[in-house]
Ligand binder design. Structure first.
Ligand code: ZN
Length: 61
């Protein structure tokens, strides 16, 4: 078995993998994705629009 990249489907373990976690309503960490590299992570974030409006330092006006 392998860990397939959430973005491109490659086996991340042959690259330099990056794992992403989120927290659920109870504060528990849950896997949110795995990627070959920061390149695949960045591409996935871009493709899904995950970063839009989510920075913690947004200037509100
Ligand atoms: Zn990948």
């Amino acid at each position: 078995m392998g860990d397939d990249c959430t973005y491109c489907g490659c086996d991340v373990t042959v690259h330099d993998p990056v794992y992403v976690e989120e927290t659920d309503a109870d504060g528990r960490r849950v896997p949110a994705g795995r990627f070959c590299s920061y390149g695949c992570l960045a591409a996935h974030v871009e493709a899904e629009g995950l970063a839009a409006g989510t920075t913690c330092r947004v200037e509100l006006d």
